[in-house]
Design a protein. Structure first.
Length: 94
């Protein structure tokens, strides 16, 4: 097996493995793009905390940002991330 690929997969899963980050991904799944303030408001999370989690997701290329004026708008970088989270979300938990 390709150990580099396994390390990449583990890092990706770790980056989305926080409840707030899962919420961010699920909200962005239903919205094409959102600003930090929109995400903070929608999820009732303080903006500094939101920014921290967005930075982690950006670092691992889960989301991307686009500047529009003074604001950055965030969107999912790959539909596969959406699918991974949806599969985990709807998986049967016993």
């Amino acid at each position: 097996m390709n150990s580099k690929k396994n390390i990449h997969i583990a890092a990706l899963l770790k980056s989305i493995g926080h409840p707030i980050r899962v919420q961010i991904i699920r909200v962005l799944t239903n919205n094409s793009s959102m600003s930090v303030s929109e995400l903070s408001s929608k999820l009732s999370i303080d903006q500094p905390v939101m920014s921290l989690h967005l930075a982690v997701l950006r670092k691992h290329n889960v989301i991307k940002a686009e500047k529009r004026g003074k604001q950055s708008f965030y969107f999912l970088s790959d539909i596969n991330i959406q699918q991974i989270v949806s599969i985990a979300y709807y998986a049967k938990m016993d």
